[in-house]
Design a protein around this ligand. Structure first.
Ligand code: DMJ
Length: 612
């Protein structure tokens, strides 16, 4: 049973719009007829009326002409009124007034390219000095490190290649390719995270293969890597182990939780392995990936949500938190993206996605008390003394969740579309009921994620908590009249900033802004993205090269941490670039982005997939 400690009331800010939009419904027509029936009847002589009009129209037109002569704005007012009346047909989160089209904003796009160069060239210079191909870069000490002592696997290089190709950085790309050709090796006798290696390295190789017009180098490396990853799936349930020894080709269980696997990790390998099967005609990758989805479907939890841990032997969900943040996030993302990847041919993913979204809407979407910000809560399992399980709603949202707003909007235009193709921006009438619901939730979630950038640096923290009446702080804040609907837990003046206060160059908000802009052409998404980009420039940029995570989004000047996550170059800067690039580059009806922002083509499968 899902137990909410407080009542969640969903308000409908566009209620008025919907009423206007829906026009005259059947019941409204009935009531109009009834009203008409009650009205007194007038006996009008229509011939006499016509006579009057004939005499009156010339002076009426003359009066109007004189009025317009002295009030020229009248005509534009009428035109605006007409445009406004069109406006109501667009959906929440977009407006025809702020529609700017989908062509490039060249200046801003090029500023993002400069930022990428600043990041990549710092890494490249460092690695040329020391050892090109180090997995990770530390921009303050100008050093690189590998994930394991056994040597690097191209974590940073391969994660960045497709961004160079998309940005047209030919020389940088040529040097990166040469390194892949001459130095990359996966024959490393050490344990690597199965999920991270798949989304960053396998995903990066497949994307490079696609964007280079099928350079054989990349598919050869991708096959080598995938063959080394496959043994992770040799478990009783078919759910892959969290780690893989790439040299020994052996799955490695988690040291602390040997029977558990994370739901997002096992369900976020599918786009990559399926595409590899499509390219090679080797079904094995697809079968392994698909069997995970079958297991998840078979063990569906009663409410349709997914706990963040599963049992590696039984394949069952283990009572553990339910959330759209860490260990849960990309499970939901890949349900939709698997459906998109195969050209909407696999109905099973549409069903699973729609089922999950209904549950998310019912159990996790929450409103903050003052300003009615939409966010997603977490559900934490609790057992009472009798051993009975219940779920406590916790008002905590990871930065990771910010992918979800854009994902919901994208999903609304796919599984929630009643008209194809949809307008840009879509009109309410083009959505089914659940499409309207998801679009609105998505647009509101994006707004919330943007609002969590309201910090001293303009960057949002790793985790935001939202006020609820039972947190004890509610009264204090309501009395002071400050609408502090969200806060960073443990952050207090004079106290070391908590982990939650960091910004580690994550992409999720700008990922959503990119999707929302492509679906609406609404300038607000570019404006918000530009603000975030400028904040990154101001507070994360290291003058001597590269970008660093910062310890506290509410501290200026910012304190930097000596780490540049690989997803800065693979995701954050790529999505920012695409936000300002012309929409004909990587169009959403031709490409699907893996969870590390590596674009893969949408295709119609030629293998039989058992599951669908
Ligand atoms: C990325 O590695 C991927 O997007 C993953 O799914 C979770 N988030 C990180 C970046 O924040």
């Amino acid at each position: 049973m899902v137990r909410a400690p407080y009542t969640v009331t969903l308000i409908m800010p566009d209620e008025g719009l919907r009423k206007r939009k829906t026009g005259t419904s059947k019941s409204e027509k009935q009531s109009v007829q009834n009203e008409t029936a009650d009205e007194p009847e007038f006996d009008i002589d229509s011939a006499a009326l016509l006579q009057y009009l004939k005499i009156l129209w010339i002076p009426l037109v003359l009066c109007f002409a004189v009025f317009v002569y002295f009030n020229p704005s009248t005509l534009s007012d009428i035109a605006n009124f007409w445009i406004d009346s069109e406006d109501w047909q667009t959906s929440p989160g977009s407006s025809t007034k702020s529609f700017v089209g989908l062509s490039a904003d060249v200046e801003k796009r090029d500023a993002v390219v400069e930022a990428f160069k600043h990041a990549w060239r710092a890494y490249e210079l460092m690695v040329e000095r020391d050892a090109m191909g180090n997995d990770e870069y530390h921009p303050i000490s100008h050093k690189g490190t590998n994930l394991t002592k056994a040597g690097g696997i191209g974590y940073t290089v391969i994660d960045s290649i497709d961004t160079m190709l998309i940005m047209g950085l030919e020389d940088d790309y040529a040097r990166a390719r040469k390194w892949v050709e001459t130095s990359l090796s996966f024959d490393r006798d050490a344990s690597f995270n199965t999920f991270e290696t798949t989304i960053r390295v396998l995903g990066g190789l497949l994307s490079a293969y696609e964007l280079t017009g099928h350079d054989k180098l990349y598919i050869d490396r991708a096959i080598d890597l995938a063959d080394r990853i496959l043994p992770a799936f040799d478990t009783n349930s078919g759910l892959p182990l969290p780690n893989i020894n790439l040299g020994k080709r052996e799955g490695v269980p988690d040291a602390d939780l040997p029977y558990l696997v994370s739901t997002a990790e096992v369900s976020t390998l599918q786009l990559e392995l399926r595409y590899l099967s499509h390219l090679t005609d080797e079904d094995i990758y697809w079968e392994k990936a698909e069997s995970v989805m079958k297991t998840i479907k078979e063990h569906r939890m009663p409410h349709g949500l997914a706990s963040i841990y599963m049992h590696v032997d039984t394949g069952e969900f283990v009572p553990s938190a339910i959330r759209l943040g860490s260990r849960g996030d990309s499970y939901y993302e890949y349900l939709l993206k698997q459906y998109i990847q195969t050209n909407q041919t696999e109905a099973v993913y549409r069903e699973m996605y729609d089922d999950a979204m209904a549950a998310v809407n019912e159990h996790l979407i929450t409103k903050s008390p003052y300003t009615r910000m939409t966010y997603t809560s977490e559900l934490v399992p609790e057992r009472n003394s009798g051993g009975q399980l219940s779920w406590r709603l916790t008002p905590k949202q990871d930065h990771l969740v910010c992918f979800f707003g854009g994902s919901l909007m994208l999903g609304a235009t796919i599984t929630g579309a009643s008209t194809i193709p949809m307008s840009i921006p879509p009109r309410q009438s083009e959505f089914t009921d659940h499409g309207k619901r998801d679009w609105k939730n998505g647009a509101e979630l994006i707004k919330t994620c943007v609002d969590t950038h309201d910090t001293l640096t303009g960057l949002s923290p790793e985790i935001a908590h939202f006020r609820i009446p039972s947190d004890g702080m509610f009264d204090i804040f309501s009395q002071s009249g400050v609408p502090a609907d969200w806060y960073i837990k443990g952050a207090r003046p004079g106290v070391e900033a908590p982990y939650d206060a960091r910004y580690i160059l994550r992409p999720e908000t700008v990922e959503s802004l990119f999707l929302a802009f492509r679906l609406t052409g609404d300038i607000r998404y570019r404006d918000w993205g530009w603000n975030i980009f400028q904040s990154i420039e101001k507070h994360c940029k290291v003058d001597t090269g590269g970008y660093a995570s910062i310890m506290n989004v509410d501290e200026v000047p910012s304190r930097k941490e000596d780490k540049m996550e690989t997803f800065l170059m693979s995701e954050t800067l790529k999505y920012l670039f695409l936000l300002f690039e012309d929409a004909s580059v990587l169009p959403l009806d031709k490409y699907v982005f893996n969870t590390e922002a590596h674009p893969l083509p949408i295709f119609t499968p030629h293998i039989r997939t058992g599951f669908s």
